[in-house]
Write a protein that binds this ligand. Structure first.
Ligand code: SPD
Length: 435
């Protein structure tokens, strides 16, 4: 009995988890399967999901191939649908089985659209020959591959060029660099965006110059994390700084950044920088008290190796090692994405530094989930992030270094919190002297 299409419903078992979690490899395997079977590729779209799993489809002139993977079960479900004699779906099945390194596979063929049972009204498709000709000359094949960071309710996707520039599973985390269309090269850790070439300056200028331009004379600065080097690059623009200590736990982050993000990592060999590859928590435990003017915690999100950097004992140590007029600045997550963590850490800072010694400011980082990101500013002494800002010094510094986000007005404005953020963390931070 003749049918319009052949549909193979495929199960692949016992595939290595890392293969099923590798969106680029899966896209290439699917593409190879289609081409080996003689199909003409029109388009493809693949997504990697956080924390794991890949979904994708390749549209072929003869119909489509679709996949969804469950790395944690070593299992992939695939549909191969072809129309027309020359493309044999069983060829796709075999090529893909090898590409996914499947231990076992099974498949069932369904004939789709039994011609004898279907009414048929022949129609000459409009411009059929034009479309066919165009596909022959220009198959319109575009790789359409997306990186996706998401929690269970919100996702951020960035389209990238398909090949992962750097991928290494360090002892602590998966370190990757992608080349995205909209934001240039992008560093991710365990599937979470850390920085991109195009918008990195927002975060790095704001996490550094806000405290550097409030403190009257910051000489010794400690950066915990920040392995990409963006924060130290900004700190070292300030000529009065005598020493920056950067403690990054993962050497692989530094290496990936040096290799692929040289602009961001440009100050990692600066003579005033003392670069330590070790656990930041241990470092602050052992550091002498009153030893830093400024401590910046440029951490990852509070999962994996970054988790300990969100604990009370760690911040008690940071408080201890700050000088009497020292400032602590941390990345404090998103008031839209990580509300629980944010509330908890501001409570924690207030317990350690004091009720009126903790401030919050907001920045806009398009490549972080929700785009709205917060930084915390806590003082050991009496410095105030607005009252102690020397506007002339800030304006001159901005001009001299041609900063792209920070300026004295943005500095002030960043501390104006929308009502929902004030309510979330229980802060109302007006300058002294205002009502
Ligand atoms: N979700 C992103 C949290 C920001 C983490 N730090 C970024 C490192 C950039 N130096």
């Amino acid at each position: 009995m003749s049918t319009l299409g052949r549909h193979i419903v495929v199960e692949y078992y016992d595939c290595p988890a890392e293969v099923l979690d590798d969106v680029v490899r899966i896209e290439k395997g699917m593409e190879q399967a289609a081409l080996t079977a003689g199909a003409t590729i029109i388009n493809s779209s693949f997504h990697h999901f956080s924390p794991y799993g890949v979904s994708g489809v390749i549209v072929i002139q003869e119909s489509h191939l679709a996949i969804h993977t469950w790395p944690e079960y070593g299992y992939a479900a695939v549909d191969i649908f072809t129309c027309g004699e020359p493309v044999d779906p069983w060829v796709c099945y075999q090529v893909l089985k090898e590409a996914l390194e499947a231990g076992n596979g099974s498949a069932m063929e369904l004939g789709r659209g039994q011609v004898q049972l279907l009414p048929h009204t022949p129609k000459q498709p409009l411009h059929a020959s034009t479309i066919d000709d165009r596909i022959k000359e220009d198959p319109q094949y575009k790789r359409n591959i997306w990186f996706t960071e998401r929690d269970d309710a919100i996702a951020l996707s960035l389209r990238h060029k398909g090949d992962v520039l750097f991928r290494e599973q360090s002892e602590l985390q998966r370190v990757e660099v992608y080349d995205t269309y909209a934001y240039g090269k992008m560093l991710t850790l365990d599937g979470m965006v850390m920085t991109t070439e195009v918008d990195e300056y927002v975060y790095h200028e704001m996490i550094t110059h806000v405290p550097m331009l409030v403190h009257p004379d910051p000489k010794r600065v400690l950066v915990i994390g920040g392995g990409d080097g963006g924060a130290v690059r900004e700190i070292l623009r300030h000529p009065g700084v005598e020493e920056v200590v950067m403690v990054e736990i993962d050497e692989v982050v530094i290496r990936a950044s040096r290799e692929h993000l040289p602009e961001i990592a440009s100050a990692l060999d600066h003579p005033k920088l003392s670069l330590k590859v070790e656990d930041g928590i241990q470092y602050v435990t052992n550091a002498p008290e009153n030893s830093f003017d400024l401590v910046i915690v440029d951490s990852t999100d509070p999962v994996g190796p970054g988790e300990g950097l969100f604990s009370e004992t760690f911040y008690m140590d940071v408080h201890r090692i700050l000088k009497s007029d020292g400032i602590q600045v941390t990345q404090s997550e998103s008031p839209r994405f990580n509300t629980k963590v944010m509330r908890e850490i501001y409570d924690c800072y207030r317990r350690i530094f004091g009720q009126d010694k903790v401030f919050c400011y907001l920045i806009n980082v398009p490549t972080y989930p929700s785009g709205t990101w917060s930084l915390s500013f806590s003082v050991k002494g009496d410095l105030h992030p607005l009252n102690n800002l020397d506007e002339n010094r800030a304006a001159e510094f901005t001009q001299e270094h041609k900063l792209r986000y920070y300026n004295d007005q943005v500095h002030r404005a960043a501390f104006a919190l929308p009502g929902f953020v004030q309510q979330l963390i229980g802060l109302d931070q007006r300058p002294y002297g205002s009502d």
